[in-house]
Design a protein around this ligand. Structure first.
Ligand SMILES: Cc1cc2nc3c(=O)[nH]c(=O)nc-3n(C[C@H](O)[C@H](O)[C@H](O)COP(=O)(O)OP(=O)(O)OC[C@H]3O[C@@H](n4cnc5c(N)ncnc54)[C@H](O)[C@@H]3O)c2cc1C
Length: 260
């Protein structure tokens, strides 16, 4: 197995906002390290030098590949995919992965499709470079899959792997030339909910409300409690469906995965 692991090389697609790295990238790097081979990270953005620097210090990352272009505004899968394919052509990875977030779930299936391989989604454990554990039926069954594809393309459930330490690493930085824009889609705008509370998916404490709260106004009780506990606030689907709170607060199978 160790001989096999020596020949692994993994590309982690970094998720970020051009300013900071999204925490799930660090969990994904830990998963990539479990594969045993060299770990490279691809940072694509409009102006992401800061993120590349941040990544180069993460333990276990050997190389940070940076591609900057206006076309990566909004991190569209249509534009990122050709870049990933070009990068793969150059370095010939055995594994390509990203976090199982909205970003990764949007991107990785497209990459796998273009490579003509079946992706493995939402892995929670790596047993061998080709054997992954993933959940099915809303987490009621754990499924161990052996992936026979030449290139393993997968998404990683962030809450199942520790975050890689953000200091102590010394990765080399390499600039990539972005391939020509595809122009299939265009990023127009995004409206982000601003909150001083911890982010739901990575919060250590979560206070969640359900239908019993009876109205959106009553969620104020939870916000006050959460602020005392430095907690994030979540909601059940029933509360979201009833219109008490927006659906980005929903926890669960059709909502966000939390690991307090
Ligand atoms: C395919 C599928 C996917 C789903 N995905 C999700 C998901 O991702 N996330 C999710 O949350 N749900 C999901 N659901 C729905 C889930 O099955 C439950 O129906 C839902 O979570 C119940 O929410 P609740 O506990 O808020 O509501 P309820 O089950 O209605 O519970 C409310 C509770 O509050 C109590 N209560 C009411 N008034 C008061 C009061 N004044 N004081 C004290 N207690 C009171 C009630 O007695 C009851 O026990 C999904 C369902 C399906 C079919």
């Amino acid at each position: 197995a160790s001989l096999l692991q020596r020949f692994q090389s993994t590309l982690v697609i970094a998720e970020h906002n051009n300013e900071t790295l999204t925490p799930i990238t660090l969990n994904t790097i830990s998963a990539a390290k479990r594969l045993g081979g060299e770990v490279s990270c691809l940072v694509a953005g409009t102006s992401c030098d800061k993120v590349a620097q941040e990544l180069s210090k993460v333990q276990g990352v050997a190389k940070v590949l940076v591609a900057q272009h206006d076309v990566y505004k909004g991190f569209l899968a249509e534009e990122l995919t050709p870049l990933i394919l070009e990068t793969h052509k150059k370095f010939n990875y055995t594994h390509i992965c990203a976090g199982a977030s909205a970003f990764g779930k949007n991107l990785i299936p497209r990459v796998a499709g273009k490579l003509d391989v079946a992706p493995v989604s939402d892995i929670i454990e790596i047993q061998a470079p080709d054997i992954f554990v993933r959940t099915i039926y809303a987490g009621n069954i754990l499924c161990t899959v052996q992936c026979d594809e030449a290139i393993k393309v997968f998404t990683v459930r962030g809450t199942s792997f520790e975050a890689a330490p953000t200091s102590g690493g010394s990765a080399s930085l390499e600039k990539l030339t972005p391939p020509p824009p595809v122009g299939l889609s265009e990023w127009i705008e995004q409206k982000l909910t601003k909150s001083d509370r911890p982010e739901l998916t990575s919060a250590k404490v979560v206070v969640s409300g359900g239908r019993g709260l009876k109205s959106g106004e009553n969620f104020k009780l939870l916000y006050d409690l959460a602020d005392q506990l430095h907690a994030a606030v979540g909601a059940s689907r029933a509360a979201v469906d009833a219109g008490f709170v927006p659906n980005d607060m929903q926890v669960g199978q059709t909502g966000k995965i939390v690991a307090p």
